[in-house]
Design a protein around this ligand. Structure first.
Ligand SMILES: C[S@@+](CC[C@H](N)C(=O)[O-])C[C@H]1O[C@@H](n2cnc3c(N)ncnc32)[C@H](O)[C@@H]1O
Length: 268
């Protein structure tokens, strides 16, 4: 399937899943967001009141609203027009701080046409979305033209090594003088970029497409476009974190990071 067909199918899946995504994430977010992503995103962004932040692939506006609550000015976009409608409906009391746009991050000329007149941004954020994009190179090329000198791009993604579409969650029992239950993740693919259908939410109407890339792909793309890496955390659930399903991500997998959060910063 060509890149543009994959992008079209991806957008259709997000339009079909928009309602259930909005219901599930609501205004509060889920454990992945609240335990793994947001604490590090907030500390890496550390916005001053009035900072202008670009929220890339904002979904139902969860992070845009969190940033506005910190008194940042937010320009947020997503390519799902339904998700942008849900985002607007949830934003009545923060309207003056957030503007929403329907925009495709895989289209560099569209990004520049809409966002350059609003630039420069102090920083940019993408929470758990780069692996949902059919092509991230146009976005990485556009960001240096949208950010202020030394502006930061903070993103979270599922950990490419341990939490990719090939991963299987395994439980085993061993006799170590006492009987121990061991939880692990078995991964059979990592180095090659590939796309695979998967579910972000167990009962979503349509599988979405995940675009798996090794860590070096993300970092090298940043370096090639003028960024350096100046913040990096691997995020695992603490042992006492809730376990929504017996083998889902949660406290049983506390030694295995499900997410990484990184900050790239423009060299000048
Ligand atoms: C897992 S959701 C995360 C949403 C949001 N960042 C959050 O934290 O709740 C991924 C989002 O990426 C969006 N997306 C995927 N490809 C995109 C693209 N090419 N351009 C803009 N948005 C895209 C989807 O519509 C979806 O809202």
């Amino acid at each position: 399937m060509s890149g543009s067909q994959l992008n079209k199918e991806t957008r259709e899946a997000w339009e079909d899943n928009a309602e259930i995504w909005d219901k599930r994430m609501g205004d509060e977010g889920n454990d992945f967001f609240n335990i793994l992503c947001w604490p590090t995103l907030a500390s890496f962004l550390d916005p001053n009141p009035g900072d202008h932040i670009l929220d890339i692939a904002c979904g139902n506006g969860l992070t845009a609203r969190r940033l506005a609550e910190l008194e940042a000015q937010v320009t947020a976009f997503d390519f799902s027009s339904k998700l942008i409608e849900y985002a607007k409906n949830r934003t009545s009391n923060l309207r003056s701080l957030i503007s929403y746009h329907v925009l495709d991050a895989t289209n560099e000329s569209q990004l520049l046409a809409i966002l350059q007149p609003l630039a420069p941004f102090d920083s940019a954020l993408s929470n758990m979305a780069l692996f949902d994009m059919a092509d991230i190179e146009p976005l990485f090329r556009a960001l240096p033209k949208l950010l202020k000198p030394r502006g930061g791009f903070v993103f979270s993604i599922t950990h490419p090594c341990f939490n990719n579409a090939s991963g299987m969650h395994v439980v085993e029992e061993m006799d170590d003088g006492e009987i121990k239950t061991v939880y692990s993740v078995k991964v059979s693919r990592y180095m090659t970029t590939y796309s695979a259908r998967g579910l972000a939410l167990r009962n979503q109407p349509k599988p979405q497409i995940y675009f798996e890339r090794p860590l070096q792909y993300y970092l090298n793309l940043g370096f090639q476009n003028g960024f350096v890496l100046d913040g990096f955390e691997e995020r695992a659930f603490p042992p006492n974190a809730p376990q929504a399903t017996p083998l889902g991500w949660g406290g049983k997998f506390s030694e295995i990071p499900a997410v990484i959060v990184a900050r790239l910063r423009l060299r000048s």
